[in-house]
Design a protein around this ligand. Structure first.
Ligand code: GRF
Length: 218
């Protein structure tokens, strides 16, 4: 693995996870470098976060392409031209083609605001409340062609209290996301994390269940 690991972050909006990845990078400059931030939306606030940190940005608007595959190919072209080793989806709100997910298989991560396999897709916080769940959380996983369905790496849990609404729960989950995501990128950079035969391997062992953030700090 080339060091520091060169990553691209794909966003569509606020980019608070991108900010956490930037902040961690600035504190640990030897672990990874952010070579590129791509947004499919020109007004994504995350682009300003990247520019402020001096990171190259590209806007690739999906509406400029006739179909999903040609949009994905345009992104792939930019990513590969930069020699990126890991693609990090951080609030990127487009479904990816099988061609794209296959190309980056084992080299692309996503963070999702639920304890997968519960609640793939949107509105996860409200669903957890409506179902009377006692806990909620986030999952970091390798990306496959199945939406929010790739092999899990790390989860973090938060307690749902009776006063919680979707906004307060989202806030709690976000706080954990900002700790979890840089850590997983770090593990990948340190070569501790692989996808082999459809399974996550961590420190040379296959994972039978996702790691728990509460049990790890490094
Ligand atoms: C996060 O909740 C993440 O889990 C989901 O999209 C949200 C992005 O938030 N995939 P932000 O743009 O990083 O603030």
């Amino acid at each position: 693995m080339q060091h520091p690991l060169k990553i691209a972050v794909l966003i569509s909006g606020n980019g608070s996870n991108l900010q956490a990845i930037i902040d961690y990078q600035q504190q640990h400059p030897d672990v990874y470098q952010i070579g590129l931030v791509i947004s499919n939306k020109a007004d994504a606030f995350g682009l300003q976060r990247a520019q402020k940190a001096g990171i190259p940005t590209r806007v690739i608007n999906h509406q400029d392409y006739p179909d999903r595959v040609s949009f994905d190919r345009a992104m792939q072209h930019e990513i590969d031209a930069q020699g990126v080793q890991l693609v990090v989806l951080a609030g990127f709100m487009r479904i990816l083609s099988a061609e794209f997910t296959e190309h980056y298989l084992g080299r692309m991560l996503n963070i999702h605001p639920s304890l997968l396999p519960k609640y793939p897709g949107l509105n996860t916080h409200q669903q957890a409340i409506d179902n009377g769940d006692a806990e909620h959380g986030l999952s970091v996983h390798f990306v496959t062609a199945e939406l929010d369905g790739g092999p899990l790496i790390l989860q973090a849990r938060v307690t749902i209290s009776p006063e919680d609404d979707a906004a307060s729960l989202q806030h709690k989950v976000h706080q954990q996301e900002h700790l979890a995501y840089p850590l997983v990128v770090r593990w990948f950079a340190e070569d501790k994390l692989q996808l082999k035969n459809g399974q996550t391997w961590f420190e040379g062992q296959p994972l039978n269940k996702p790691l728990q953030l509460e049990e790890r700090s490094t």
